[in-house]
Design a binder for this molecule. Structure first.
Ligand code: NAP
Length: 321
């Protein structure tokens, strides 16, 4: 039975990836920070909390990382833990850079010291590209990051490439575009929209405030995107892969669609300039051609069907309280 470490196991992707690996017969060990007990709801929601082993490990402390790898001898490590919010990274730039860069470095350094056969997955992001001149984004597009989060992730991405090229470590980066699910964290656009629309529908809120809605993003479905993470580590060698839907949609059109489905008039949408970010990507979408051709990863979900699915699950759980 192969053993997989997942950092960020309590997050959206960590929960779906855990379920996928358990179904494939892996022993899954979740590396968690010491105060994470309040965040186990996603694993509980998927009914897998008692099927994982949880180990406390401060990823910023190399000696702890070395100890936990020596204790479990993992075959694969999926590094999903991160301060993952662009907006929060403007409030907490130093904490974001500190954690998101040092955690990757410690994990790869521990692999280099202990066992170079351990395969490593790094959660990179489309945010790294930032200001782009040419679309669609490919694995070779020039990067111009526009937030502390993006800078931390591009650094993690290059550390991953550097350990692959310098030491022959099987290190892969999944450059994932936005992906959503019912388990998305609260501060994010899609979750705010779904919860907020239901709150208005149930008379608990009058209006919903947003920042800039005149920007476009490439959205997909988390459960499907985590399959690509596993596929990357089963490929013949470490590499970088874009995981995207291939199309971008205006945030304004998404809000209008959800409001219409909930029977809410558009005058309940308020644009609040204070929610605009200091710098913002206008439009971004990527091609998933490499992942399709080399990994056999296929994504054919229509975005508005994904929205229907998210709203349905949100509404079903809203009723339960
Ligand atoms: P998420 O739901 O925000 O989960 C983040 C995870 O990281 C949580 O398990 C959290 O643990 C952990 N974490 C945060 N700060 C930590 C710290 N200082 N020490 C230890 N653990 C820490 O993120 P996600 O949406 O699943 O995304 C997974 C990864 O993919 C992230 O690295 C994210 O940056 C990247 N990514 C996401 C998207 C997307 O659209 N979702 C797109 C591209 C890349 P706690 O539960 O203890 O807080």
């Amino acid at each position: 039975m192969p053993t997989a470490f997942i950092t960020g196991v309590t997050g959206q992707d960590g929960a779906y990836l855990s379920r996928l690996l358990l179904n494939k017969g892996y022993k899954v060990v979740g590396l968690v920070r010491s105060n994470s007990s309040q965040n186990l709801y996603r694993l509980r929601y998927l009914g897998i909390l008692d099927k994982l082993e949880m180990v406390e490990c401060d990823l910023k402390d190399l000696s702890q990382v070395i100890k936990v790898i020596m204790a479990y001898n993992p075959d694969e490590i999926y590094n999903l833990a991160a301060q993952s919010s662009v907006a929060l990274s403007f409030q907490q730039p130093i904490g974001t850079l500190d954690f998101n860069i040092n955690s990757v470095t410690n994990l790869l350094e521990a692999i280099r010291i202990l066992d170079k056969k351990i395969k490593f997955y790094q959660a990179s992001t489309s945010e790294m590209f930032g200001r782009v001149d040419e679309l669609p984004i490919t694995e070779n597009t020039h990067v111009h990051p526009l937030s502390p989060y993006a800078i931390s992730k591009i650094t993690g991405h290059h550390i991953c490439i550097n350990y692959r090229e310098s030491y022959g470590i099987f290190a892969s980066s999944g450059i994932l575009f936005n992906h959503e699910s019912y388990l998305r964290s609260n501060g994010f656009f899609m979750k705010k929209l779904m919860r907020g629309a239901l709150d208005i529908q149930h008379g608990k809120k009058e209006i919903l405030e947003f920042g800039n809605l005149d920007i476009k993003r490439d959205f997909g479905y988390s459960e499907k995107y985590v399959e690509a993470m596993w596929m990357m580590l089963q490929y013949k060698e470490g590499d970088d892969f874009i995981i995207s839907s291939g199309k971008s949609v205006f945030l304004r059109d998404i809000v209008k669609y959800v409001f219409k489905k909930c029977g809410i008039p558009e005058n309940k949408i308020i644009i609040n300039q204070s929610l605009f970010r200091p710098t913002e990507i206008k439009d971004i979408y990527g091609t998933n051609q490499k992942a399709r051709e080399l990994l056999n990863w296929n994504y054919d979900m229509d975005f508005f069907n994904v929205l229907d699915k998210l709203l349905e699950e949100e509404a079903a759980n809203y009723e339960k309280g």
